[in-house]
Design a protein around this ligand. Structure first.
Ligand SMILES: Nc1ncnc2c1ncn2[C@@H]1O[C@H](COP(=O)(O)OP(=O)(O)OP(=O)(O)O)[C@@H](O)[C@H]1O
Ligand SMILES: [Mg+2]
Length: 354
């Protein structure tokens, strides 16, 4: 593997937990592109991401943009739920000249939009069609042309070139079938241990999941469409050990936010093991993957910390330790001197009383 592809691989692995298949497929396509071997007249690559909510489908695209152009938001994102009716397509491509409102419509998918994140070094565009199954047939038809010829024709007949784009489509299709495989209903009599055993992921199960996802996609999408997609990847549901790693990533991100907020004089910010264990307990709901965990971190760590900053109880140069308080069964926030900041969370953080 070339050096640039290696770098991308390690950057993605640092950011994305438990989805090696997705990471590998992206790096493969990037490598083909770097080698100048991408098929001419087509997008650099097209991907369909399936799998449960909160498993990293959208995050993977952001992490790719972060790794290659240094900005997670450098993604052209189309929320397909906004294009359920064919007339809404005008928002994407603009209306033909002469139509009412023609002058006012700036197509969302213009060449300028696509090129806006290009840098001196990287002329790549990441396009994300989120919740693709919600789109109207009119959007499907547009996509067929984009996937096949890397061209989109706007309402006023201008052409948009997608040959420097990587196209990602995400969908929850098959999620309920997958849920059934992950968590078979055992009936009332099943004990906790039995339930846990039934939820364990193994190779066989993950193969079943992958099949169920692809099957659901084939039922919903036409063969023309499926055949134009380079890679279909089914994301794995996240288990406890993955969530634990993601918690580490999320806390590092919070630390960066804290540093940014205090500017030149940073705050040393530590969440100790007991506090992390508590967060993991509070933030684990296997139905919602890392989404639930992320919300717990916002509620139990970010909000109280913001409160301390806003009231100047915490300032640049301070050292903050977040610890678990068994008595209150919540987190407590201590300044380095071990003198408790008068801010304590109790009752699992539902109230952040002083
Ligand atoms: N595999 C993962 N590795 C690292 N972080 C993750 C992973 N999965 C989820 N996260 C974290 O959880 C958040 C939500 O995940 P994400 O938006 O990628 O879910 P999704 O799979 O797109 O779900 P949905 O189908 O509901 O859109 C991300 O922003 C990220 O912080
Ligand atoms: Mg998503």
């Amino acid at each position: 593997m070339g050096r640039e592809a290696e770098t991308l691989l390690s950057n993605l692995r640092k950011r994305i937990v438990g989805q090696d298949e997705a990471v590998r497929q992206i790096v493969d396509i990037y490598q083909t592109y770097l080698a100048g071997m991408a098929s001419p007249g087509r997008p650099i690559g097209s991907f369909l991401f399936l799998g449960p909510t909160g498993s990293g489908k959208t995050r993977t695209v952001e992490a790719l943009a972060e790794s290659l152009v240094g900005d997670a938001h450098a993604v052209v994102k189309i929320d397909c739920a906004e294009f359920q009716h064919s007339h809404e397509i005008a928002k994407l491509i603009g209306s033909p000249p002469g139509y009412l409102g023609h002058r006012e419509t700036h197509p969302l998918l213009s060449q300028e939009t696509l090129n806006q994140y290009h840098t001196e070094k990287v002329k790549l565009t990441f396009v994300l069609f989120d919740e693709i199954e919600k789109a109207s047939d009119a959007l499907w038809n547009l996509l067929l042309g984009v996937l096949d010829k890397a061209t989109l024709t706007l309402g006023d007949n201008r052409r948009v070139d997608f040959s420097h784009a990587m196209i990602f489509m995400t969908s929850n299709l098959g999620a309920s079938e997958m849920n059934h495989i992950i968590r078979p209903s055992l009936g009332f009599a099943a004990g906790e241990a039995e339930q846990q055993a039934a939820q364990m992921m193994d190779g066989k199960k993950s193969e079943k999941l992958s099949k169920a996802g692809k099957e659901a996609a084939r039922k919903r999408f036409s063969p023309e469409f499926m055949n134009r997609i380079d890679k279909t990847v089914v994301f794995n549901p996240l288990g406890e050990s993955e969530l634990k790693k993601i918690l580490g990533l999320e806390l590092r991100a919070v630390e960066e936010r804290v540093s940014r907020a205090t500017g030149a004089v940073p705050i040393s910010f530590t969440v100790n093991a007991a506090a992390q264990e508590f967060l993991l307990r509070e933030g684990t709901d296997l139905r919602y993957g890392a989404r639930h965990l992320k919300r717990a971190v916002e509620r139990l760590v970010v909000q109280p910390t913001s409160n301390l900053l806003a009231t100047s109880q915490l300032q640049g140069g301070d050292a903050l330790l977040v610890d678990f308080d068994p008595e209150a069964s919540g987190l407590m926030f201590l300044k380095e001197s071990k003198e408790a900041v008068p801010h304590r969370q109790s009752n699992k953080g539902n109230s952040a009383a002083a």
